[in-house]
Design a protein around this ligand. Structure first.
Ligand code: PLP
Length: 484
């Protein structure tokens, strides 16, 4: 195989390049150069940089001209919609005398009437007794897990739950915290069985097993087998209520269920699930988190979650942004977008699996899309599609996708487990069939290029888009990102 000829060192296409540029080691500022404090910080950052997983605070990449967004969390397209903005402004307009700042913490006179009414309205939309608004779903998860489990309770969590749930679990009063294999009903039965066998207090229903799951997993895009997990829980608890579920619906609001109310509503399990957490930073086009629960769980959080007790309440404009989003869901305004996502994801799988190169791509391990397996048999599809290639090729595939003007995101450890880096694509209601077709074709063009590299018929060892990036990186004295 011939060695690679350097390409002209023009910066590659796409604003992702600013992320790569940001990994350049910073020259210490004169004032900081002598200080151990800053040197230690720089050392920690340099270590991070060397892993090609440096988190850059740069402008977003999906909104750039000429780029097709297969990345942002704005699944329904509400984030930038005129109707959404008008609804928000109309809600503000209905309360011309609103107080901008809430002036207190929830439990110390910061709970104003509009906030209380909005919480009840949201809870009722989801068929729950009560609920509590928080500044984010991250905070909501931490509040739930620090406040609800009592000493002696056991926490049983899916291996892929979100960092916020892990953070809450870490801080919780429960001592026994056990993982079960991701989305495995058999694994759940085995681990729950071990807990019941070894823990007399749980067996005698004097303590509770609290189960943490997500309706749609953020990196894998698969759906929790919630009904089956509940059935297994019932085999052990036999109606004693000593296995309770907490479901994080961050990725399903607006996308699944009647009027986008989520998986729990889709399955009609509102009465079975103790706690549901929603995020407003994705499909609803706002920001914030919500915990749907009974009054006693709400009161537990108000009394034991430090971020609620010691922090200012959500402000009026913040609540209005969320409430106006719910109005669109309730009025059925988003149902067409919800159906369109289903259509586009179906179209993606059809186009992918009917491509002539698909069987060979899988056979050679150059392309793996776990959700493409049996996709026709699932009752509904999800908008998150992880795309795998061989681990060492992940950046090369990403550069090719970027060079084809599609914005996805290359997911690296620690966001995904070691050895499971992947490209994460998200389909939105505003994407088109043509964009999806071109995206799939771009992926297969790369696969064909890799086939010719691997079978020696190419004169190169690195595919075209990656060569361009690496030539530019060499000029900028940058390393990493899969550079051989
Ligand atoms: C499953 C899950 N839960 C919670 C969160 C946190 O949501 P928020 O952005 O509202 O803090 C996220 C964010 O990505 C998530 O994916």
């Amino acid at each position: 195989m011939a060695t690679d000829h350097p390409e002209p060192a023009a910066p590659p296409v796409g604003p992702f390049i600013f992320r790569i540029l940001d990994t350049k080691s910073q020259e210490p500022q004169a004032a900081h150069a002598q200080s151990t404090f800053y040197r230690n910080l720089d050392e920690a950052l340099d270590l991070r940089r060397s892993s090609s997983n440096f988190y850059s605070v740069v402008e977003n990449t999906w909104d750039a001209d000429g780029i097709t967004d297969f990345y942002s969390g704005d699944m329904l397209g509400l984030g930038k919609s005129d109707v959404r903005r008008a609804e928000f402004l109309a809600e503000l307009g209905r309360f011309p005398d609103f107080t901008v700042g809430p002036t207190g913490a929830r439990v110390i006179d910061g709970t104003y009437s509009y906030l209380k009414k909005s919480e009840l309205e949201i809870a009722s939309f989801h068929g729950a007794e009560h609920g509590m608004l928080m500044s984010s779903a991250f905070e909501a998860n931490v509040a739930v897990w620090t406040a609800v489990p009592r000493p002696g309770d056991v926490i049983l969590y899916d291996a892929l739950v979100h960092a916020s749930t892990r953070e809450g679990i870490k801080q919780s009063l429960a001592i026994d915290k056990v993982e079960f294999p991701h989305n495995s009903v058999d694994g759940f039965r085995r681990v729950l069985g071990d807990i019941f066998a070894s823990n007399r207090l749980v067996r005698e229903a004097k303590r509770t097993v609290l189960v943490a799951v997500e309706s749609i997993y953020s990196m894998d895009g698969d759906v929790c087998p919630l009904q089956e997990l509940l059935e297994v829980a019932d085999e052990f608890s036999r109606g004693q209520g000593n296995v309770q579920f907490v479901v994080d619906e961050a990725h399903s609001l607006g996308v699944i269920g009647p009027k986008g109310a989520g998986l729990v509503c889709e399955l009609g399990l509102q009465k079975e699930i103790a706690i549901v957490v929603h995020s407003y930073g994705k499909a609803l086009g706002a920001v914030g988190g919500f915990v749907l629960a009974s009054t006693s769980i709400r009161d537990m959080m108000a009394n034991f979650a430090r971020s609620i007790i010691y922090s200012t309440s959500p402000s009026f404009p913040f609540v209005a942004a969320i409430k106006s989003g719910y109005k669109l869901l309730r009025d059925g305004h988003t149902e067409e977008a919800q159906e369109r996502i289903q259509h586009l994801v179906r179209f993606f799988f059809e186009t992918l699996t009917s491509h002539s190169v698909w069987p060979a791509a899988q056979q050679m391990g150059l392309l793996l899309v776990p959700l493409a397996k049996d996709w026709e048999e699932r009752p509904f599809l999800t908008h998150i599609i992880p795309i795998f290639t061989r681990q060492k090729y992940n950046w090369w595939l990403f550069f090719h996708i970027l060079d084809s003007n599609f914005c996805t995101f290359p997911m690296e450890h620690p966001i995904v487990p070691l050895g499971q880096r992947r490209i994460r694509a998200v389909l939105h209601a505003y994407n088109t069939e043509d964009e999806v077709r071109k995206f799939v074709n771009a992926i297969f063009t790369w696969v064909e290029e890799m086939v010719s590299i691997e079978n020696g018929s190419s004169e190169y060892a690195v595919p075209h888009a990656a060569r361009r990036v690496y030539a530019w990186m060499a000029q900028e004295k940058l390393t990493g990102f899969g550079k051989p």
